[in-house]
Design a protein around this ligand. Structure first.
Ligand code: FUB
Length: 457
């Protein structure tokens, strides 16, 4: 939001005052990603996993400062694993800026993954393709797929049952075009809908259920909620049906992402809930929220005021007897994540062979913690192993149920002799059975260690 011709300064001032009055700690949901600022959620279901592509607001963003797109995955809608940057503006040789990685969407067709990426200011919409949802993504056409007007943002793609693909996009109107089977070119004219639905702002998201086509979008301004319209055809006309998530003082801009996963439907959006935990000031540092979405019998969608504090019910449980990446979490406080390649040699010129890639949790200080939900101990573990690389050293206390719930294990990560070396540390586990939320609570002074993975045995 806040761009092009829809910005209404008076509404914004009222909104800003509300935010300032609400102040710190007035957030309504724990966003699903807590270690980075994320925006413009674009979930995709593939092989029983949700691949959540997001925009990325830099930690020091004041206005829009977006260089790349990130990927998270989940198989239970409660715990999300970070996979880092999957693409950036650098993937497009023809893009003259490093800032402007706006709301993208990834879609699979015949085993290939197409990431449609808009760049604001009339730069256009590009497309990247990969053989895996994790990338690497490459630009197959070396130019914009769409360069039609300065409104070319926020693409969404629907593949019809007969194989015809449609791409929709636009602010403040909805445009669409028929994509060719190769998904990287189009045929025919670009249409501008006669009936851009009521309150449409931007961020279209189109899907089909039974005989109905749905178009959800950032709705009303400002703030934006998530509204939707329905049609009997992929090309409209679209009839406005109401709000999926109300516009409220908790949002400002918004962007829907809607999927069906394991028999339930989910609506993603974004908010300022994460930044509001640390400041009452306003910066463009957003966070993705998500909740269950419920249909009425007639195909319309039940409206909710906001995302619930704990999000939707977990689908299934997490297996602690397989290696779990430390960057798999439902929530965390204090920590950040990083990626590093480990080489056999200290200096670049002396590098031998690559030993491993590590994506890990870092910036760990006393009292920080990670929450992992619904961990299944139907087999009782005897010990827990973690992989960490010590800095000043410290302990990991593993609590069940609450941050100060019973401790089932305490792992010492305190060697100073092997500072900076990835190593595994093991500790015995007290009796535990059944399904529990686990809190990995870090104890020590500061800069304790980096944390790569954990596994019960
Ligand atoms: O995140 C940048 C832009 O803001 C998106 O493209 C719009 O949908 C709005 O969320």
């Amino acid at each position: 939001m806040i761009k092009m011709n829809k910005f209404k300064s008076s509404s914004f001032v009222i909104f800003l005052i509300t935010i300032l009055m609400l102040g710190v700690n007035s957030f309504a949901q724990k966003p699903i990603i807590s270690t980075k600022f994320t925006a413009d959620p674009a979930p995709m279901v593939y092989n029983d996993t949700v691949y959540l592509y997001t925009g990325h607001d830099e930690d020091d963003a004041m206005g829009f400062k977006m260089y790349n797109w990130l990927l998270y995955t989940s198989t239970d809608m409660a715990n999300w694993t970070e996979h880092g940057e999957v693409a950036s503006l650098k993937n497009f040789a023809w893009v003259p800026h490093e800032n402007g990685a706006w709301a993208a969407q990834c879609i699979e067709r015949n085993g290939k993954f197409y990431l449609y990426c808009p760049m604001p200011g009339g730069v256009g919409i590009g497309v990247l393709v990969a053989d895996s949802p994790y990338g690497p993504f490459k630009d197959p056409i070396g130019k914009p797929l769409i360069k039609n007007s300065s409104h070319d943002i926020d693409p969404t793609v629907l593949i019809e049952d007969d194989g015809q693909a449609y791409m929709y996009w636009g602010n403040p109107k909805v445009y669409y075009v028929k994509l060719n089977e190769d998904m990287v070119s189009y045929s025919g004219e670009i249409h501008q809908e006669q009936t851009t639905p009521k309150n449409y702002q931007e961020g279209p998201w189109v899907w089909k259920r039974n005989d109905n086509y749905y178009l959800a979008y950032a709705s009303t301004c400002c703030p934006e909620g998530i509204g939707y319209a329905m049609s009997k055809s992929p090309t409209g006309p679209w009839e406005y049906k109401g709000m999926i998530v109300d516009a409220s003082e908790l949002t400002r801009g918004n962007h829907p992402g809607i999927i069906e996963f394991k028999g339930k439907w989910y609506c993603f959006g974004h908010s300022y809930d994460l930044i509001k935990l640390s400041t009452s000031k306003f910066y463009e540092r957003r966070s993705v929220d998500m909740d269950e979405m419920v249909y009425n019998n007639d195909g319309t969608i039940q409206s909710r005021h906001y995302f619930s504090e704990d999000g939707p019910q977990q689908v299934g449980t997490l297996n602690p007897f397989k290696r779990v990446e430390a960057e798999t979490m439902a929530w965390s406080e204090g920590v950040k994540t990083m990626f590093e390649t480990e080489w056999e040699g200290d200096f670049e010129w002396a590098r031998g062979k690559k030993i491993a890639d590590h994506r890990f949790v870092t910036s760990i200080n006393n009292g920080d913690y990670i929450l992992v939900k619904g961990v299944d101990f139907s087999n009782e573990p005897k010990s827990v192993e973690v992989s960490a690389s010590s800095i000043y050293g410290g302990k990991i206390e593993i609590h069940t149920g609450k941050i100060d719930g019973p401790i089932i294990a305490t792992v010492d990560v305190n060697t100073t002799r092997e500072m900076g070396i990835w190593k595994s540390y093991t500790a015995p586990v007290k009796n535990v059975s059944g399904v529990h939320d686990l809190y990995f609570v870090f104890k020590g002074e500061q800069d304790l260690f980096n944390f790569d993975w954990w596994m019960f045995k």
